[in-house]
Ligand binder design. Sequence first.
Ligand code: IPE
Ligand code: IPE
Ligand code: MG
Length: 255
Amino acid sequence: MNGEGESATARAGARPRHVAIVMDGNGRWARRRGLPRTAGHRAGVQSVRRVVEASVARGIEALTLFAFSSENWRRPRQEVGVLMGLFLTTLQREIGRLHAEGVRLRFIGAREGLAEKLRRRIDEAERLTAGNRRLHLTIAANYGGRWDIAQAARHLAGEAAAGRIDPEAIDAERFGRYVCLADLPEPDLLIRTGGEQRISNFLLWQIAYTELYFTDLLWPDFDERAYDEALAWYAGRERRFGALPHAEEERVGDG
Ligand code: IPE
Ligand code: IPE
Ligand code: MG
């Protein structure tokens, strides 16, 4: 994450390269309006569009959105059905525009758990946008951080069993190549809307040094201004990665 020869500590700087978001609070947003929870999910789609546009406009390189956790299957069948339907229709409706804007769209999560039709659309969208580089947009669907770590372990165990890798050679760097998003910089900023201060099994491995930002705003109310507030907060952080604060380090250098 740090360039060679660079100080281990760094001002987060003007903007994060990679932003991850737990989009929470759709249900409460709807209930407060006397609407069914699913109306909140529909409103949440508009927020997704806004944040994607804003990310492109602000030069963010990667945006990773938590859309459906591996535990969200515990919700009523009807709500799960509406969410899956929304993924499918939104994907169909938006993919042309995303592609035209230079967005590379990918999905992470246990794909085999999704309906065949949705899987096919996902495959097509990934193939269509594979060459785009303006924004790496990743949707986590049927994703869990523990699932991610387990699939990496399974993969590595397979390699070891086949004699292609020495178990002794497995360290954090090597392991990290098998978790999702390994080809992107680690998330610099994780935003969670909806007031809860927890990770809910989103990215676990990848957020070891990520700055965490929590807001009470419900996801459908999260707009460009709220996004800019989060980005401004991030710009003021000093990231240390286990080293000393920047000012302290200079003092040490002075002797
Ligand atoms: C987030 O909003 C969307 C998903 C988890 C799919 P919620 O549906 O969790 O909304 P709240 O937290 O119940 O308000
Ligand atoms: C996290 O929200 C999952 C997504 C936003 C997709 P939840 O609403 O599922 O989280 P909990 O249940 O409040 O922890
Ligand atoms: Mg929730």
